[in-house]
Design a protein around this ligand. Structure first.
Ligand code: SAM
Length: 401
């Protein structure tokens, strides 16, 4: 998983929206083990927070792994592949959140699979060395897996150590990062300082729980990154921004997306319009099924601010949030979700500051979303990759009463 808890929330939403039964067996910051029926290609093409999806073929406890004979016995009794050539490129990724295992354990798995391939008649098994070899993890990153044709033509074994158990399996699919990069860098207008990374935009769209055909609004649309990701998923998109230039850039970006991906994006010029979100209901009379938006309204920070400076900036921005929340809630249908970013500022004292919107949510008829069953999340959820930035995101998922 690319974003820890945020990725988990996205998967849970995806499974709930598709009506799939699932059970979470175990999880760490990087890996989640679950019992679920999953259409691997569909999940990988729709979700923004995954790196890899694999099977679990074998679960081992620490004792099994410390005793070489026992390890072999347990691994031997499992199938990992149902066809194999006499030539194969293969690799192994090992994930653990804790340094609490013998450092040579990944090598043991590697040795076992090397012998196993030989025993299964593979004459030429070419081992691909992972680029990221740390004390805890050794990982073949998704881009290398694709470049080296491991998916389809080769094999990657996955070993994850979570809560004193080893989960051993095989990678089925990996994320196509290049697609996200192209949507960011090849579109007519870019704004690296202010626009949201497309993968986080995709996660936010998925957290709205909407499906193809539903209407999604971003009332602080900037150059349209969230709207792009929503369009790829087949949602009908509506966007507004106070800045006229942003609106013409969003329109160009969406037209480019529609041509590049051969997508029908309806009524672009009518549905993307200039509006102040603090008075949105003046401009909109459509009812919207879901909203995903990132109104981080802070100036770009060149240095870590003092605690007082952070409080002052947040006070002003917080007031704007309090003003626009009832307005955007007004256009959201009952039961619809608002996925909203709030800013966190890291100060020069290494503390973090944000604001509390509990009252503003309540006054706008919004409550934190809770799942019907399965895990509950504490909002705002933070992205685990942003922890040390000057400004980072907290992501709320709210439901309109
Ligand atoms: C962080 S940017 C959004 C970036 C967008 N998520 C993207 O990826 O392109 C915030 C946007 O809010 C807009 N904005 C600021 N105040 C606003 C207001 N009162 N109403 C609507 N838009 C506003 C700015 O013009 C800016 O484009």
């Amino acid at each position: 998983m690319a974003h820890g808890e945020l990725s988990l929330a996205e998967i849970v939403n995806y499974l709930e929206s598709s009506g799939s039964e699932y059970q979470i067996i175990s999880r760490s910051e990087q890996v989640m083990i679950m019992d679920a029926y999953l259409d691997v290609n569909d999940a990988m093409s729709k979700l923004g927070g995954l790196f890899k999806i694999g099977t679990v073929n074998c679960t081992l406890d620490v004792k099994d792994v410390l005793d070489e004979g026992r390890l072999e016995n347990k691994l031997n009794s499992k199938e990992y592949y149902n066809w194999i050539d006499d030539k194969v490129r293969w690799c192994l990724s090992f994930y653990s959140d804790v340094p609490d295992f013998e450092v040579n354990i990944p090598d043991r798995f590697q040795d076992y699979f090397r012998q196993r391939l030989r025993k299964d008649g593979v004459k030429k098994a070419k081992y691909i060395f992972p680029k990221k070899v740390g004390k805890i993890n050794r990982e073949n990153i998704s881009d290398d897996i694709i470049k080296k044709h491991i998916i389809g033509e080769g094999l990657e074994f996955l070993v994850s150590f979570i809560s004193e158990k080893y989960y051993v399996g095989v990678t089925q699919e990996v994320v196509r990062n290049q697609e996200f990069i192209n949507r960011d860098l090849c579109r007519p207008f870019q704004n690296p300082k202010e626009s949201i990374p497309p993968k986080i935009a995709r996660i936010m769209v998925n957290l709205t729980g909407l499906s193809a055909g539903d209407r999604l609004l971003d009332p602080f649309c900037g150059i349209g990154t969230i709207l792009q990701e929503a369009s790829i998923l087949g949602l009908q998109v509506f966007g507004s921004d106070i800045n006229r230039k942003c609106i013409s850039e969003t329109i160009s970006n969406l037209k480019w997306l529609s041509e590049t991906y051969n997508l029908e994006i309806r009524d672009i010029s009518d549905r993307i319009f200039t509006a102040d979100a603090t008075q949105l209901s003046k401009y909109m009379n459509e009812e919207i099924d879901g909203i995903a938006t990132e109104p981080i309204l802070l100036p770009p920070l060149k240095r870590f601010p003092s605690e007082d400076e952070a409080e002052n900036m947040l006070h002003t921005v917080g007031k704007t949030y309090e003003t626009f929340l009832p307005e955007i809630s007004n256009v959201l249908k009952k039961g619809g979700k608002l996925v909203l970013v709030t800013p966190y500022i890291r100060t020069n004292k290494h503390t973090e500051r944000s604001f509390n919107l509990k009252e503003a949510f309540k006054n706008s008829g919004l409550i934190p979303y809770s799942h019907h069953n399965g895990p509950q999340f504490e909002y705002p959820i933070r992205s685990s990759v942003e922890k040390n930035k000057k400004v980072s995101r907290g992501i709320h998922v709210l439901e309109k009463l």
